[in-house]
Write a protein that binds this ligand. Structure first.
Ligand code: GLN
Length: 547
């Protein structure tokens, strides 16, 4: 029997609901259960692909090319299960599908309404494709009380009656603020958010309460009494040093046992927490530190680089070092000398990005890393910028540009150009310049092969690679010969021989300089760090020791 855990949030957003769901998923896996995590987002965008990273943080790309919520990244990192396009749905997608059905006449003359048509659609989505799992964790985005969330809350309420008895529970994540002047943690906001849930017919079985300090027993009793939740099922979720301490912390507070209690089952095995103990130990006992400059555009909003930050942490775990990140807004190099910012760095990383602003600064960061032998890792846009550096400063193509930044100039050399067609599963995908923006990129996993003599092939220990992409522009293969003649190696190319996937300088020219057209950070896990991040941090460590 599949068991459902519906996870809702209250009081304020940004409490880490996704992380809580992911950590609970990991705890259930530690008991050898098969777990699936899914996210329902109440906003009206069809997917987060078109939302600014400033508003929504990173857009997480799945193997099958869905542009999805960053919580799916947490789910993958904590459970290792690759998410897919069926693990995230938005109200926009629900309405798009319903309206398409309505236009086709599928509703046979019925008035199409939120209840039952929208709620049925959501319920069907929740219930589909779960046969192989023991537990399905379904997180509702936003906080209880949001107008746009109502159809989703209503759907999970209905499922409480539709599903067999004891096969679904409700977990509510809330927050206790600390009032410094009176020295008290307050229960009232949680009481109100549970009241809000009750008003739409949902009684939580478990309360997971975020707090920045121990919640006294007295306050927990109060929460239990006023929120109508058993005392043992009021669980404190205290801030932790690292997100990877969360599974152990929740386990110690008894969250997994409370889940089994709520389902009225005995767990099938004792918890095997070894991997989380090991990860926590490594995090708390680094044997050194490296500093990596991340030269990007949204550096004020760290959520825009969620997976990247985590992959760097994983690279550190693999090398037993702490990774300090120095965030640099790339446009500073348009006015100032990069050496002020970059000369003391153990590694320079230019991550993915879009648009012209800051691009010249990113090219300058690549030039600086190349000229000063500092390990350089260029991801997606970061690879394209490294190619423009090589074209302009080594190959003498002084006007080399990406057509992303000056689409109308025909006279410049577009060493990076708009992708208009590419192969997907042996079929040609076509796009044109005036097409829709949403979902129009080369998205998801594509295979490519690496030159066996390349540095990157050595790092992977394998020449057949499949990684996740999200891009619209591409290094123009016509410049390969010219760029290779000055030392930039095109080490990985798509199977049709048309799309450069990775570039590098040989280790004779530079200790570690690699660019990849894809996003390796999306596949990194704390217990299985991505080989490129592991190797990059190891090179940075060497650079730091030589200093
Ligand atoms: N803007 C570039 C492109 O569309 C790079 C995208 C990215 O870095 N994800 O190709």
């Amino acid at each position: 029997m599949v068991r459902y855990i519906f996870i809702t949030g209250g009081v304020v957003s940004s409490l880490g609901k996704g992380l809580a769901a992911a950590a609970l998923g990991a705890l259930l896996q530690a008991r050898q259960y098969k777990v699936r995590l899914r996210k329902l987002d109440p906003y009206l965008n069809v997917d987060p692909g078109t939302i600014s990273p400033y508003q929504h943080g990173e857009c997480f790309v799945t193997d099958d090319g869905a542009e999805s919520d960053l919580d799916l990244g947490h789910y993958e990192r904590f459970t290792g299960r690759p998410a897919n396009q069926w693990d995230n749905i938005t109200a926009g997608r629900v309405y798009r599908d319903i309206l398409a059905k309505e236009r086709r006449g599928d509703y046979l003359g019925a008035t199409v309404q939120v209840i039952p048509h929208v709620t049925n659609h959501i319920k069907q989505f929740i219930l589909e494709g779960n046969q192989e799992y023991d537990f399905v964790l379904v997180e509702i985005g936003g906080t209880v009380g949001d107008i746009e969330g109502l159809p989703f809350f209503e759907s999970i309420r209905q499922l409480g009656n539709d599903l067999p008895k004891n096969s679904c529970i409700y977990l509510h994540l809330s927050y206790m603020p600390y009032i410094a002047v009176s020295g008290e943690l307050k229960t009232k906001p949680t009481q109100h958010s549970v009241k809000e849930l009750l008003s739409i017919g949902i009684q939580p079985d478990i309360l997971l309460v975020r707090s920045d300090r121990e919640i006294p027993l007295e306050e927990r009793r109060k929460l239990s009494l006023f929120c109508n939740v058993r005392f043992e099922a009021v669980i404190q979720a205290l801030d932790t040093h690292s997100v990877y301490d969360v599974p152990m912390a929740y386990h110690k507070e008894g969250l997994d046992n409370q889940v089994f209690d709520a389902f009225m089952i005995d767990p099938q095995s004792n918890p095997d927490m070894e991997i989380w103990e090991d990860i926590s130990y490594r995090l708390h006992h680094p044997e050194g530190a490296v500093t990596i400059a991340v030269v990007g555009k949204y550096t004020l909003l760290k959520d825009a680089y969620k997976s990247l930050i985590e992959a760097l942490v994983h690279g550190g775990l693999a090398n037993h070092v702490k990774v300090n990140i120095e965030w640099v807004e790339s446009d500073v190099f348009e006015l100032e000398d990069p050496s002020i910012y970059l000369s003391k760095m153990d590694g320079i990383l230019v991550p993915g990005g879009f648009g012209e602003r800051g691009s010249e600064g990113k090219i300058r960061a690549a030039t600086f890393a190349r000229e000063h032998n500092i390990p350089y890792f260029g991801i997606c846009l970061g690879m394209q910028m490294a190619v423009l550096d090589a074209a302009r400063n080594l190959a003498g193509i002084t006007d080399a540009m990406s057509s992303e930044f000056d689409p109308h100039s025909k006279s410049r050399h577009h060493v990076v150009g708009l992708l208009t067609e590419w192969l997907k599963d042996n079929k040609i995908e076509k796009r044109n310049e005036d097409g829709e923006i949403g979902g129009s990129m080369r998205l998801g996993c594509y295979p490519h092969s690496l030159n066996p003599r390349s540095h990157i092939a050595k790092i992977y220990g394998n020449c057949n690679i499949s990684e996740r992409h999200r891009h619209r522009y591409e290094v123009n293969i016509d410049y390969k010969k010219k760029l290779e003649s000055v030392g930039l190696v095109f080490s990985g190319i798509s199977p049709d021989g048309l799309l450069p996937e990775t570039i590098e300088y040989s280790q004779k020219m530079h200790p570690w300089f690699i660019g990849v057209q894809y996003h390796p950070e999306l596949k990194s896990r704390p217990f299985a760090p991505h080989p490129l991040f592991k190797s990059f941090i190891s090179a940075a460590r060497e650079a730091s020791l030589m200093r």
